[in-house]
Design a binder for this molecule. Structure first.
Ligand code: ATP
Length: 593
C-alpha cells in the first residue's frame, strides 16, 4: 500500500492488484477504510491479468483484511485546508458507497432460518461511524470529565501496569456521555435546592416553597445502554463515571439529600449475574476505592445470612450483587433499603433481562424511589433484549461501540472437521489431536499454555476431563456443581498471568507427557464477563447454541488488544451452510447477527 499525499492504494493480498484509492481528508475515514476496504478492480485498466479477470480474484474482492503500512501518514492541517470543497464531497460519496455495499453484502451466517445464529440486533454500519469518530477524538483520559481523584486511582491502580494509558472506544464514549453534566443531586445542591446540614425540615421546606424553579426538584431518570465487544473494558467504562458521580456528590456536600449522617444507606448498586462476577467486579471496585475513598460491599448466593443482614446497618457507596440475594434482603427488611439508591448498573444486562432473571431484575429496578441513573451494559444486544429496552426505557441513550457483535480481529477462528480422516466422527480424537498440536506449537515455548474448552452440557464435563487426564493432559472441570471456593481456586489458575514452564513443572498435580498445557473444561457458567487475560486458545467442543453464546465464549481470549485463537470442532457433513461459512465471516470482520 502506498501513500501519495491525498490517496491511498490498497493492494490485493493475492495478486498485488490495486484495490481502492479513496481520497484521504481525515484520519478517521482512513481508519474507516481500513476496516471496510473492499477489493474494487481498477476501472479502465486495459491489460488485466488472468487472475484479475478470474472469479477467484472477485472472491478475494470481498471486504479484505488490510494492514496499513507505516508509510501512511495522516494529512496535516495545512494539507487539509488546501483541499477544495469538491474533494470533501467526493469523499463523502465514496464513504456512502462503501456503506451501501457493506449493507448489501449478504451475511454468510444469520439467514432467516439460522435459528440461534440470527438472534442479534443488526446495527447499521452507518450508525457506528459517528461513534468511531468521537471515540478517536477522545484519545486520552485527560480529555474526559473525570474527577482528578478518580483519574489518579485509575492510573495508580487499574492501569498501573501500562506505560501508555488510553481509554478504549467504549470507555471514551461512555465517560463523555454519562459525565457531561454534574450528577442531578450536585446540580440541585448548586441551585440551593438541597437541605443544608444545620437546617430543620420545616426551614428546608419553607425555603423550597419560595424558590421559583421548584419544578427542577423533579429529577428525571436518565438511562443508558453501553454495548461493546468482549474484552473492550466495559467494566471501567461504567465504573469510572460511577466513581466520579458519587465523589462529585460528596464534594458538593450533596449527601445531605439522603438524610441524617448516621443512617445506613446504599448509594449505588452494580447488578451482575454470577457470584464469580461479584468477586471480580468487587475486587476492582475495592482496589480503586482504596484511593478514591468510597465504601463498597459484595452480596451473592454464597454470602452468609449474617453477613447479608450486616449490609443493612452500613453506609455503602457501591454494592456489587446478584439479583436474588438482594431481593431476599429487601423482602426481609421492614424499611426500603434502597431508599437512597440513585444509581444502578446492570452488567451483562442481556442475560439479566432475559426470561430467567427478568422479573427479579425488574423488581430491583422498581424499588428505589428516587433512581436517577440507570446503566445497562452488555457485549451483545439480542433482538428480544432490544425490544424489552425499547418498551421499558424509550428515552434510553444508546452508546454502542463501533465493533459491536464482531469477534475481535486479533482472534483467529478455525474449524476442525471431525468427520474427516483420521477422526471419522470421533470428536474426542479430534480434540486430542488439536491439543497435541497446540502442545507442539512453537508459540511461547517457555510458557504454560492455557486452554479453555467449552461444552454445551455440564454432564459432559466430567467425562471429558477423565478422558484428557487418561491421555496425561492436565485438565480440570468447572461447573456450577462445584462450590464457589472450588470454582475460585480453579479459575485463579486461568486468570492470573501466565507462568513460566520451569516454575510450575514440579507443582503440577497431574504430571504426564503433556506438560505445557493447562486445560479447563467448562460450560457457559464461565463464558460471561470473566477476565482471563492469559488464555490464548478457546476450543468449542460443541457448536454453541447461538451467536450470543459464540461471542461470549470466544471473547474469553483476545482481550484488550491481545491475540487469541478459537477452534470449533464440528462435523462438516452435519453443518448447516451458515455454520460452514462461520470462520470466513469472523475472520473477515463481519458483525454476527
Ligand atoms: N483503557 C484500558 N487500557 C488497557 N487495558 C484496559 C483498559 N481498560 C480495561 N482494561 C483491561 O482490559 C481487560 C478487559 O476488561 P473488561 O473485563 O472490563 O472487559 P469487558 O468488555 O467487560 O469484557 P466482557 O464483555 O467479556 O465482560 C481487563 O483486564 C482490564 O483491566
Amino acid at each position: 500500500m502506498t501513500s501519495l499525499c491525498r490517496a491511498i492504494y490498497f493492494k490485493c493480498r493475492e495478486c498485488n492488484g490495486i484495490l481502492f484509492n479513496p481520497l484521504l481528508p481525515n484520519p478517521l475515514i482512513w481508519q474507516f477504510t481500513r476496516g471496510y476496504a473492499r477489493h474494487i478492480p481498477r476501472k479502465g485498466v486495459s491489460e488485466r491479468s488472468k487472475h484479475e479477470k478470474s472469479k477467484k480474484h472477485m472472491k478475494h474482492a470481498k471486504p479484505a483484511r488490510m494492514i496499513l503500512s507505516k508509510s501512511v501518514i495522516a494529512p496535516s492541517d495545512a494539507q487539509r485546508s488546501r483541499w477544495s470543497h469538491d474533494d470533501f464531497r467526493r469523499q463523502k460519496v465514496v464513504v456512502k458507497q462503501f456503506q451501501e455495499r457493506q449493507q448489501a453484502t449478504p451475511y454468510l451466517i444469520g439467514p432467516p432460518n439460522a435459528g440461534g445464529f440470527s438472534v442479534l440486533k443488526n446495527i447499521d454500519y452507518e450508525d457506528r461511524l459517528p461513534l468511531n469518530a468521537t471515540a478517536a477524538r477522545l484519545s486520552s483520559f485527560e480529555s474526559l470529565r473525570l474527577l482528578p481523584v478518580v483519574r489518579n486511582a485509575l492510573y495508580g491502580r487499574a492501569l498501573r501496569h501500562l506505560d501508555e494509558k488510553r481509554p478504549s472506544a467504549i470507555q471514551a464514549l461512555a465517560i463523555q456521555k454519562i459525565t457531561r453534566l454534574p450528577p442531578p443531586t450536585v446540580r440541585l445542591a448548586q441551585q440551593g435546592l438541597l437541605a443544608k446540614d444545620d437546617e430543620t425540615d420545616e426551614e428546608y421546606y419553607e425555603r423550597r416553597r419560595h424558590r421559583k424553579n421548584l419544578h427542577k426538584m423533579k429529577v428525571k431518570l436518565k438511562s443508558y445502554l453501553l454495548a461493546a465487544e468482549t474484552g473492550s473494558g466495559k467494566t471501567l467504562a461504567y465504573l469510572l463515571p460511577l466513581f466520579s458521580m458519587l465523589k462529585e456528590e460528596e464534594l458538593q456536600n450533596a449527601p445531605a439529600v439522603w438524610g441524617i449522617p448516621e443512617r445506613p444507606y446504599i448509594r449505588s448498586i452494580i447488578l451482575v449475574p454470577t457470584a464469580e462476577l461479584v468477586q471480580q467486579v468487587l475486587a476492582q471496585v475495592k482496589d480503586m476505592c482504596h484511593d478514591i475513598k468510597l465504601a463498597s460491599a459484595g452480596l451473592s448466593q454464597e454470602t452468609t445470612r449474617g453477613v447479608a443482614d450486616g449490609i443493612r446497618k452500613k453506609q455503602i457507596d457501591i454494592l456489587v450483587t446478584t439479583p436474588v440475594p438482594l431481593l431476599k434482603l429487601i423482602h426481609r427488611t421492614d424499611w426500603n433499603i434502597l431508599d437512597d439508591c440513585r444509581k444502578i448498573i446492570v452488567d451483562e444486562a442481556d442475560s439479566l433481562m432475559d426470561r430467567s432473571f427478568k422479573n427479579e431484575t425488574q423488581e430491583i429496578l422498581d424499588t428505589p424511589p428516587r433512581l436517577e441513573t440507570l446503566i445497562f451494559c452488555s457485549a451483545t444486544i439480542p433482538k428480544t433484549f432490544d425490544r424489552t429496552l425499547d418498551r421499558a426505557y424509550p428515552n434510553m441513550e444508546r452508546i454502542v461501540a463501533p465493533h459491536l457483535h464482531q469477534i475481535p480481529r486479533r482472534i483467529t477462528f478455525s474449524t476442525v472437521d471431525t468427520s474427516a480422516r483420521p477422526f471419522f466422527n470421533d470428536k474426542r480424537k479430534a480434540l486430542a489431536e488439536t491439543l497435541y498440536n497446540l502442545d507442539r506449537s512453537d508459540s511461547d515455548p517457555e510458557k504454560v499454555k492455557r486452554i479453555v474448552i467449552f461444552v454445551n452440557h455440564r454432564e459432559s464435563v466430567g467425562d471429558l476431563v477423565a478422558y484428557l487426564n487418561d491421555l496425561k493432559i492436565y485438565a480440570v472441570g468447572l461447573t456450577r456443581d462445584n462450590s464457589l471456593e472450588e470454582r475460585s481456586t480453579m479459575m485463579r489458575e486461568f486468570i492470573r498471568p501466565t507462568q513460566l514452564l520451569k516454575d510450575v513443572m514440579n507443582l503440577n498435580p497431574v504430571t504426564g507427557n503433556v506438560k505445557t498445557l493447562r486445560v479447563l473444561v467448562t460450560t457457559d457458567i464461565f463464558s460471561r464477563g470473566i477476565d482471563m487475560q492469559s488464555v490464548r486458545t478457546i476450543i468449542l467442543f460443541d457448536v454453541p447454541f447461538s451467536s450470543i453464546d459464540l461471542i461470549h465464549r470466544a471473547g474469553r481470549t483476545g482481550r484488550m488488544g491481545r491475540r487469541g485463537r478459537v477452534i470449533l470442532l464440528a462435523a462438516k457433513s452435519e453443518m448447516k451452510p451458515w455454520l460452514r461459512g462461520l470462520a470466513t465471516t469472523i475472520n473477515k470482520g463481519y458483525a454476527l447477527v
